[in-house]
Structure formats: C-alpha cells, structure tokens
Write a protein that binds this ligand. Structure first.
Ligand code: ATP
Ligand code: MG
Length: 250
C-alpha cells in the first residue's frame, strides 16, 4: 500500500489531470486505487463524472468524533473515489481549534487504506491545513511542473515545506518525483526548462513528460479519464508511460 500526494502550490499545473489519469492508469493494470479529492474546487470529483454528491470528504473531516467514515464511490472495480465538495472551503477555518488537526485524514484513512494498492491525493493549489492533511499520511509527493518559465519559481520553497512536514509530522515522507506537464516539444523554452529541472532534481525528474493534448482537457468534461475518452491520444500514451515509471521508481 502506497499513499502519494500530488502537489504544487501553483494553480493549474496539472495536479488534477494527473491524479485522475495516473489513478485510471494504475486501475487498468489492476492496481486497486483510491483517489482522494481534498480540494474544495472538487475538479477531480466532477471530472470523474460525480456531480452533486450528498456526502463528501467534508462530512468525514468535520466530524470530530470520527463517527463519519470517508465516503467512497466505486467508479469501477479497481478505481474508487473519495469525493470533495465546495463545503470544504470552510473547513480550514473550522478546524483551527481542533486537536490533532493535521492528522484528520490520516486517521480517517486508517480503516480503509489496506483495501488498496495505491491511495492518490489531489491537493489544492495552496499550502494550508488541507494540504498538510494530505501530506501527513503520504509516503511520497509527486510534483507536476508546468513547462513555463515561471513554473520553477517557488519550487525551492515547496521543497522546504515538504522537508518541514517530514521533520515535524511524517518522517517517511519523500519526494517521489517531478514531472513536466503541458509540454510542447517544439518549443526551445521547454528544453531549457527540462535542462534546469534536471540540474536541480537529477534522477527525481521523470523521463516521461506529459505533452499538451486537447483530449486531456476534454475528457473531464465528459466525466471520463483519458483511457476511456481517447485511448490512442498522446495524453493516454504519456500517462501510461508515467504510470510505468511510477511503478518502477516510487
Ligand atoms: N497536458 C495537458 N494538455 C492540455 N491541457 C491540459 C493538460 N494538463 C492539464 N490541462 C488543462 O489545464 C487546466 C489545469 O489543469 P488541472 O486542473 O489538472 O491543474 P491543477 O493543478 O489541478 O489546477 P488547480 O491548481 O486549480 O487545482 C485544465 O483545464 C486541464 O484540462
Ligand atoms: Mg486541481
């Protein structure tokens, strides 16, 4: 059983797209996978076709007696989802006075995680209490970096935050890898970014980059993952390769 948080403080770097398609890719290989949406935007939940859920992760998180289990939706035999909802927006403030507020998700996962080969958590683009709750139960962090000049900004800070969580809350946490998303191989910029990320992260940088592919943006509108929506697309090929690397390296 491995728990992986998909994290980048910057918005729109492909966290949700990656969570959904890495999860679907693992499930295709018959790895039993639980996806957790801990972002109030609920993009992962909606992108997998779940709209207007009655209960979400919020109901479980807010129950300070831990009587409400994590709601789990079975998307398919091997792919399950804990959905999010907009209610979660208030959670950070509501939890301020709660004891052990950084390990609420960890406690909720204790009961269910052993049913899975992988638990993958889609983090919000922020470094608050929800993200901390994602990092505390995780074994590793995967960082999707957008192939843009500014993508690199703040990454040192991100790493020091992860180290801080490791030191204070979760000694087993490590950076499992970094991968480049929305990559356009025709652009010199992308090559420059790859070179500098490689310098910085060495073999933490995955060989696979995710190319810009419109099918990846279209799939969630239909509630499907890339393997269902466009199995022959570059998006499906790239995420399938990324999943192979994750299975080998993380
Ligand atoms: N490889 C890609 N090719 C084309 N579009 C992509 C690709 N990856 C992601 N997108 C699109 O870019 C946008 C941002 O992606 P996504 O929602 O996965 O990022 P995010 O990091 O989860 O964002 P947020 O920080 O808001 O949670 C979405 O519209 C998504 O469909
Ligand atoms: Mg997202």
């Amino acid at each position: 059983m491995k728990t992986i948080a998909i994290l980048n403080h910057k918005g729109g770097t492909g966290k949700t797209t990656s969570t959904s398609n890495i999860g679907a890719g693992l499930a295709r290989l018959k790895k039993k996978t639980l996806l957790i949406d801990i972002d109030p935007q609920a993009n992962l939940t909606e992108g997998l076709g779940i709209r207007d859920t009655d209960v979400s992760i919020y109901n479980a998180i807010r129950d300070d007696r831990y009587k409400t289990p994590l709601p789990i939706i079975e998307l398919s035999e091997y792919l399950h989802l804990v959905p999010s909802s907009l209610d979660l927006l208030g959670a950070e403030l509501e939890l301020v006075s709660r004891s052990k507020r950084e390990s609420i998700l960890e406690k909720l996962l204790e009961d269910v995680k052993w049913d899975y080969d992988y638990v993958i958590i889609d983090c919000p683009p922020a470094m608050g209490l929800l993200t901390l709750n994602a990092l505390v139960p995780s074994d590793s962090v995967l960082v999707p970096l957008e192939a843009e000049f500014y993508a690199y900004k703040g990454i040192d800070r991100l790493i020091s935050i992860i180290e801080n969580v490791q030191f204070n809350f979760n000694p087993k946490l490590y950076i499992g890898g970094v991968f480049i998303t929305k990559c356009n191989s025709q652009r010199v910029l992308t090559e420059n970014i790859k070179t500098s990320v490689k310098k910085h992260f060495g073999d933490k940088l995955f060989d696979t980059s995710i190319r810009v592919n419109v099918a990846l943006a279209e799939a969630p509108v239909t509630g499907k993952d890339i393997f269902q929506y466009a199995p022959n697309s570059n998006g499906a090929i790239d995420y399938s390769n990324l999943v192979d690397e994750i299975l080998m390296k993380v």
